[in-house]
Design a protein around this ligand. Structure first.
Ligand code: SF4
Length: 487
């Protein structure tokens, strides 16, 4: 490599905002529907949105009500090579359209049914194109599996950091030791155990982790959200994400009327569990009818939001930082490059330092003041926390709305129009290399998953005999049939 080419590479690596990120953000903003182009909108300003995989390992060995998987998802064999190959293709398209950096979920059925090496190779393939992968699991796997995923064949860590989202709620059936939980509280030991695996992982291998706790909410467990929030806040999860149930997927598993579980209803309970208001209006991903989230610092049980829409100085700082630094990539780059990048960013806008210091001092104040923060930090009780509610839509509306959108028709039915608006501002996409399209996850699950599953059943038929696994808890043997029959 010539000196000039080397210099160009270093310049690009340390440029505050990568030109391809800038282009992807501009495209994202231009494609957003008018109603989503609000001051608090983050899509197109600093984020391109989340991504997810599909059509790779639809099988799951738990049974939940509701379940978003297609009715015949369990009739498809788990095949590690297929997953690595297809995810690599999907990620390549996302890299091309969405630029060099995004968060992507390794999602399908149950990720821990993948052979550990295939799981590891898939995460590597996602990272290779700048994706920050998060493995989506029910959390019912053993520490040995985790070790086998994160350690290469030579026993050395394959990653500096891994991200897992574990789904725990009392609507799930078949978890070892909690086959039919009668309450959310019954799952707390399992939530704890899962999080502790990652503390052990750090101690044993040095591999860091980011952990999300996911929970589906229906009328049955809505009132338990408050206590779950309180309990999980005491555990080592970085994010708490709640999904009001929607009528998608296997209709044999729709047992309740989900309509009364709104974002507001869930958020009220999260706030009750956190013991305080959780400001969320300063930032928005996509459509507010789809998502609500807030990020902050937890200081010994007290949540200090990074931004509060009721504080005009926070809003001014938000707008300034989004304008100057939106799209800056911090993850997965060498420390030296990050340092130079940050210095270049500060030097390009030195006038931003006072507002930055002002914002940080307000966050500290919300956390109880400098002394409280220092005291909590000494006890190891300062950490970032994110709260999320993601509100999927019902297949009954998504199917016709998506169909019309594909034909360029705007529905005049109020419900379908709303659905189209939300799909148009979607922040969670899945990639189709065969058509070059990115598809909202709602459309993927409601329209495309069932069709894909038909093809997958032919491509990856089950072994002639179903597999069985057993677990022993409280002296009893829990047995789970995973050959597609109802458990
Ligand atoms: S359209 Fe569906 S997948 Fe996209 S953000 Fe809204 S609820 Fe989520």
């Amino acid at each position: 490599m010539s000196i000039a080419a080397f210099a160009r590479r270093i310049e690009l690596q340390t440029r505050p905002i990568h030109p391809e990120t800038e282009a992807a953000l501009q495209k994202r903003w231009a494609e957003l529907p008018e109603h989503a182009r609000t001051p608090e909108q983050l899509l197109g300003k600093c984020a391109v949105g989340c991504e997810g995989t599909h059509g790779v390992f639809p099988k799951c060995n738990l049974t939940c009500s509701p379940c978003y998987h297609s009715a015949d998802a369990n009739k498809v064999r788990i095949d590690g090579d297929h997953t690595v190959t297809e995810v690599t293709k999907q990620m390549a398209l996302l890299r091309q359209i969405r630029g060099p950096r995004a968060h992507a979920q390794l999602i399908g059925g149950e990720v821990s049914l993948l052979p550990p090496k295939a799981h590891r190779d898939t995460l590597k393939a996602m990272r290779a194109v700048g994706r920050e992968p998060m493995s989506m699991t029910h959390g019912d796997f053993d520490y040995d599996y985790l070790l086998d995923v994160v350690l290469d064949d030579d026993g050395k860590p394959a990653f500096e950091k891994v991200s897992f989202a574990a789904h725990f709620d009392s609507l799930m059936r078949g978890r070892r030791g909690a086959v039919r939980p009668r309450s959310e509280a019954e799952l707390n030991p399992f939530r704890e155990k899962f999080a502790e695996m990652f503390i052990d992982l750090k101690k044993q291998t040095g591999v860091k982790s980011y952990l999300a706790h996911n929970m589906t909410v229906t009328p049955t467990n809505l009132d338990e959200v408050e206590q779950v929030t309180r309990d999980v806040l005491g555990m080592r999860y970085d994010m708490m994400s709640f999904q009001p149930a929607a009528f998608i997927g296997d209709d044999r598993r729709w047992k309740e009327n989900f309509e009364e579980v709104t974002i507001d209803a869930v958020w009220d309970r999260i706030e009750a569990g956190a013991g305080q208001k959780l400001p969320h209006k300063a930032v928005q991903f996509g459509d507010p009818r789809c998502n609500r989230h807030t990020v902050g610092v937890m200081v010994d049980g007290r949540f200090a939001s990074v931004l509060d829409a009721d504080e005009p100085k926070d809003i001014a700082a938000r707008d300034r930082f989004l304008k100057h630094y939106g799209g800056m990539i911090f993850g997965d780059i060498p420390r030296w490059a990050l340092t130079v990048k940050v210095i270049r960013a500060i030097l390009s806008h030195p006038q931003d330092l006072p507002p930055l210091i002002g914002l940080m001092s307000r966050i500290v104040k919300r956390g109880g003041g400098l002394r409280a923060v220092i005291r909590a930090a000494r006890k190891g009780k300062v950490s970032f926390k994110t709260f999320v509610v993601h509100n999927f839509m019902d297949a009954e509306q998504v199917k016709p709305a998506w169909d019309m959108m594909k034909k360029g028709i705007v529905s005049d039915d109020p419900k379908l129009k709303e659905t189209q608006e939300r799909l148009g501002a979607c922040m969670y996409a899945m990639s189709h290399p065969e058509t070059g399209e990115l598809v909202p996850a709602c459309a993927q699950h409601s329209v495309l998953d069932p069709i894909e599953n038909i093809g997958l059943r032919t491509l990856l038929p089950l072994e002639p005999k179903g597999e069985r696994r057993t677990g022993i808890s409280n002296g009893k043997v829990d047995e789970l049939v995973t050959d597609g029959s109802r458990w």
